[in-house]
Design a binder for this molecule. Structure first.
Ligand code: MSP
Length: 513
């Protein structure tokens, strides 16, 4: 029976156009989802939109729209982005759906039942843009305006009746959990920040608002709407048909294997979410991975700096596989990383066009000309050939381990290295000089190199699904055969069918100057 694997992205605020940061979280999660499928897992990959709260209500008002209508429109742009990014999400959840409000209501009831909710009054700082409460020591003054030190967004003073969640009661339980589960929060540097924050002591958390109405009403007091983060985090359960804990989806996929999020929302996922789940008597997700920021020309993307990169435009100009590969290669997953169009072009030219793309093209056209367009059978391989083939197979456990630890950059580095080695092997072996002199040797070399191309393409498939599929189609590998298992099997190339034609995989990008 195949192992179940549940992976999620953050659900995005449909408050404006999606930008590269949103695309990044989704692409990263998609790569893990695709790899797990290659490994034979039964994967559930969830993404969606986070539609309640003051931020969205205000944005809708600014646009003179009813909030639901406003969300319908912008949520659709996020949904269509999943297609443009070539995501393999099995579901797209919207927090305005009934399945979600049912699930949030049940969580609320569970927290009431466990005695972790009480009614009081909140007075303090609130950032609408972050939908977050901040302590005095978390804000500073800039140009006469109070802002959050971490996000830089402006905060306002709020005083209103509010239900509170007894977060303070969960300090020890949370710290114990972090200690017992080394990899619950990754990367470890981020985990240390969270541990320090919790060690300082936790205040009870305001979990309802009364000064606006766009949200899920508190079941027993309709004057209040539930705090948007308690609402939003529950989406991970709503998609599994919670509260029906007997439902196959819930039974198969909860607890989630990993929540992929940006570092900006770590506190919500690594402190609030587990505490809510403890109180609701539900199992905790296995892992929370907080990736860094994508910087545009060394700076955080923001409307005021005018350095926002529009993923849709970049994809139109350069292609989706190219963007997916570049983001993963350029940015070390746990850290902030700067991207630029100049580096994207260089990456396409050097890594993709000159290396992997060129290798495939050269080998296939050579086989077309010299071997009746059929892959030579596995005969007369020398030790060096076998060593090359075996090297990838032997490294499969290491590659799987890299993925399981979210070491995406190490993974890519290894696979790109296989591709460099394959190129070098092809050049050094000079099959073109052997056609008359030693055709048997020429065939052995061609067999070996196609085996390498197949395996490298399978490994690159989660990152560049379109290009690698074209290559694998060329050698008549069916979708079913695109798997890690296929790499481990011996002698399973198709020697009987002719190779299909392969058009240019990656066009070289001319420099403007
Ligand atoms: N709605 C909340 C998440 C709720 S999850 C239960 C939210 N939405 S968001 O639209 O503001 O941002 C979602 C995510 O987009 C961030 O956590 C992060 O993963 C990603 N990014 C947004 N800007 C980013 C960069 N510049 N760089 C990388 N990712 C960033 O927060």
């Amino acid at each position: 029976m195949s192992k179940n694997f549940y992976i999620t992205t953050p659900i995005y605020y449909p408050s404006g156009k999606p930008h590269m940061g949103h695309a990044y979280s989704s692409i990263v999660a998609d790569i893990f989802a695709r790899f797990k499928r290659l490994e034979g897992c039964n994967v559930l990959f969830l993404t969606g939109t986070d539609e309640h709260g003051q931020k969205i209500q205000k944005e809708a008002e600014k646009n003179n729209k009813d909030p639901k209508k406003f969300c319908d429109e912008i949520s659709e742009t996020f949904r269509s982005l999943t297609k443009i990014l070539n995501l393999t999400n099995n579901d797209f959840i919207r927090t305005t759906e009934i399945r979600h409000s049912k699930s949030v209501n049940e969580i609320w009831k569970r927290l009431i039942k466990s005695g972790d909710i009480y009614l009081d009054k909140y007075s303090g700082w609130y950032s609408v843009s972050d939908e977050a409460y901040y302590d005095k020591d978390e804000i500073e003054e800039q140009n006469g305006k109070k802002i959050s030190k971490t996000s830089g967004s402006s905060v306002e003073w709020v005083e209103e009746e509010s239900y509170f969640f007894k977060l303070s009661a969960f300090q020890k339980k949370l710290l114990d959990h972090y200690k017992k589960n080394e990899d619950f929060i990754l990367p470890h540097s981020r985990k240390n920040e969270v541990v320090k924050f919790v060690e300082k002591g936790l205040k009870d958390l305001s979990i309802s608002r009364t000064s606006f109405s766009w949200g899920i009403p508190v079941p027993e007091n309709k004057k209040h709407v539930i705090y948007v983060w308690l609402d939003a985090l529950t989406n991970y359960l709503s998609a599994l048909n919670f509260p029906n804990t007997k439902d196959e989806k819930y039974k198969s996929f909860w607890p989630a294997d990993v929540h992929i999020i940006g570092k900006d929302i770590l506190r919500f996922h690594a402190v609030y979410w587990p505490a809510f789940l403890f109180a609701a008597n539900l199992p905790l997700p296995k892992k929370i991975f907080g990736h860094g920021w994508i910087l545009s020309n060394e700076k955080k993307m923001s409307k005021s700096l005018g350095n926002i990169l529009d993923p849709i435009q970049v994809i139109k100009d350069y292609g989706i596989d190219q963007l997916r590969y570049y983001l993963i290669k350029e940015v070390s997953l746990g850290n902030d990383g700067s991207i630029s169009m100049e580096n994207l072009k260089n990456c396409i030219n050097n890594d993709l066009a000159n290396n992997y793309g060129n290798l495939c093209q050269r080998v296939f056209s050579f086989i077309k000309k010299n071997c009746d367009n059929k892959i030579p059978a596995r005969n007369n391989l020398k030790d060096g050939d076998i060593k090359l083939i075996e090297n990838i197979k032997e490294n499969i456990p290491k590659l799987i381990d890299h993925i399981n630890k979210q070491n995406l950059n190490e993974y890519v580095k290894m696979v790109v290295n296989f591709s460099f080695e394959a190129n070098k092997y092809f050049n050094d072996s000079e099959p073109w000089a052997l056609k008359k002199k030693d055709p048997k040797r020429m065939h052995a070399i061609l067999h070996t190199i196609v085996e390498q191309i197949k395996n490298i393409s399978i490994l690159l498939n989660p990152i560049m699904p379109i290009a690698t599929k074209k290559v694998l189609d060329t050698i008549n590998l069916s979708d079913k055969e695109i798997s890690i298992n296929n790499i481990l099997k011996d002698n399973n190339l198709d020697y009987n069918s002719e190779l299909k034609d392969l058009n240019i995989l990656f066009k070289k990008i001319e420099n403007d100057n």
